[in-house]
Design a protein around this ligand. Structure first.
Ligand code: FE
Ligand code: CA
Length: 515
């Protein structure tokens, strides 16, 4: 905990400077780039990690503490520095640096950089949220998810980096723990953390992803708001349950979760106040964009109950599929855990923002495959948590919370859907909207499975699994517009994106409308 105290203080410069005495930074010390995140009206988190040899367990850093200077400026040339300070980092956190810079002006663009061992980092650009109560006029962001390094190039990030945005909303599968089938492989992970894992291996794995220049550029260009899904730890894990590997005890899995959470934190712009403590992390939060929007960013993994029903089919490219069983229907079954469910319901009911956005990891609207015995359900999605989904819809409906838009990922397809009070019941009213932003690289369902899924679920207004991309979302006090930016799978280094489809949601009228 002592380091968090240090992070909060900048008046220890003399002591800090001595921390790195004798160490001169090699030229590629900032090879993992810089990033910012969690924009709030007067603060933003800035990040870097010192790692001249990113694929070595120690990142090529000496086994000692190092002082790092940070600067935030109003201009990209750093003529008008508005804040600066010194922090000390060390091998216990892989020489990562997380500074929550406070006292900034609202709704402003800033530039930031770090200096360590005599070397300057690249410059990042970030932006604070509007002042509370202020009307910013508009909000524009990219909704992205799912970037298997082996399944394609991160060209989608190149377009996002160049776009004029307030932030990037990334809703999970930032790294994938395992390899991909040889037929789908476009490049190789440096290491894998599927069967053998350690904190050192998870660190190398994250550093490997950050070696991609388009991913680094996207972090340097915009602040990110992030939540995680399963692959940051292990495919389809549920809370304390390692679903894939039957031979692993809960105690062993929690050790693994702690390693994965720690490496994730060390490589991303997350507030130091949210650093994981062992296998636990305070990872859901709400963000406000003036009077225009409030965003609740959910953690659908850490408190999720175990997968239901032992039966099921392993379908190629669709994961485990199952029919409803006693366990899926249990009233008390929760995906978010009760404290998070209550926090979200209370937040929705008390919010006065024009738009209420819920950022979460997977598809909320029904997406099963119709069969004569009832729909076959994706075992890892909301379809196997029907009671929890009904509770969320009730929180939106009673009392009526208008203009709710649920934003998701995980399913590797662009989706626009209408959300009904009782999902799947065509006689119940549409009360909210859902948008999902395909994947950066990860492969989607086959065309046949996608067709089957679509024809089984008429509330899905749009679903395409054949293209990768992101959703560009632009909203003002009257309407929200979503452009599904897309490019065919697999994404190549020279792929170009196009608009696959566009939808609008008018204030006061739940449900997306194709334009
Ligand atoms: Fe994914
Ligand atoms: Ca996932």
């Amino acid at each position: 905990m002592a380091w968090q105290t240090l992070f909060a203080q900048t008046d220890r410069q003399a002591a800090d400077a001595s921390a790195s005495r004798g160490w001169t930074a090699p030229a590629d010390t900032f090879s993992l780039g810089v990033a910012s995140g969690e924009p709030r009206p007067s603060s933003v988190v800035i990040w870097t990690r010192l790692a001249p040899r990113p694929l070595q367990p120690d990142g090529g850093m000496p086994a000692q503490a190092v002082a790092v200077t940070w600067q935030v400026a109003a201009d990209p040339r750093f003529a008008r520095i508005v804040q600066q300070g010194v922090v000390v980092t060390d091998p216990a956190r892989a020489h990562s640096v997380h500074v929550e810079v406070d006292g900034l002006d609202s709704g402003r663009t800033y530039h930031y950089r770090f200096t360590a061992g005599g070397l300057d980092s690249p410059v990042g650009r970030t932006r604070t949220a509007p002042a509370p109560g202020a009307d910013p006029g508009s909000l524009r962001f990219a909704l992205a998810a799912c970037q298997h390094y082996e399944q394609g190039a991160f060209t989608v990030h190149r377009e996002i980096a160049a776009a004029d945005l307030d932030f990037v909303l990334f809703v999970g599968d930032y790294v994938y723990e395992g390899p991909t089938h040889r037929r789908l492989r476009r490049r190789r992970h440096a290491v894998e953390v599927e069967r053998e894992y350690s904190l050192a291996l998870y660190r190398i794995h994250h550093a490997n992803y950050k070696q991609d220049p388009d991913l680094r550029a996207c972090h340097a260009a915009h602040p990110w708001l992030m939540t995680w899904d399963d692959h940051e730890v292990r495919n389809d894990y549920d809370g304390i349950h390692n679903t894939e590997d039957d031979d692993v005890t809960t105690a062993e899995f929690l050790k693994r979760r702690a390693m994965a959470y720690q490496a994730y934190f060390e490589h991303l712009p997350i507030s130091p106040t949210r650093a994981p403590v062992g296998p636990d992390a305070a990872f859901y939060a709400s963000y406000q964009w003036g009077t225009l929007a409030q965003l609740w960013l959910l953690d659908t993994r850490q408190w999720r109950e175990a997968q239901a029903c032992q039966s099921g089919i392993h379908a190629p490219w669709a994961g485990r599929l199952l029919w409803r069983c006693t366990a899926t229907e249990a009233k008390e079954r929760s995906m978010l855990g009760w404290p998070q469910e209550r926090w979200l319901a209370e937040g929705l009911a008390s919010s006065t923002s024009a738009w209420r956005l819920i950022g979460q990891t997977t598809q909320l609207s029904p997406s099963g495959f119709g069969t004569p015995f009832g729909p076959l359900l994706y075992s890892d999605g909301w379809d196997t948590f029907p009671a929890a989904r009904e509770r969320l819809m009730a929180a939106i409906a009673q009392p009526r919370v208008p203009d709710v838009v649920v934003l998701g990922g995980d399913v590797h397809r662009h989706v626009a859907a209408q959300l009904r009070l009782h999902p799947g019941d065509r006689s119940s009213p549409v009360i909210a909207s859902e948008l999902i932003g395909s994947s950066i690289t990860s492969r989607g369902l086959s065309e046949a499975l996608n067709q089957w899924m679509r024809s089984s679920n008429p509330d899905i207004l749009h679903a395409r699994s054949d293209e990768r991309g992101y959703a560009l979302i632009d909203l003002n006090a009257q309407r929200l517009r979503c452009d599904f930016r897309a490019t065919p799978h697999p994404v190549k280094a020279d792929s170009v994106l196009h608009t696959q489809a566009s939808f609008v949601i008018d204030r006061g009228v739940p449900g997306p409308r194709r334009i």
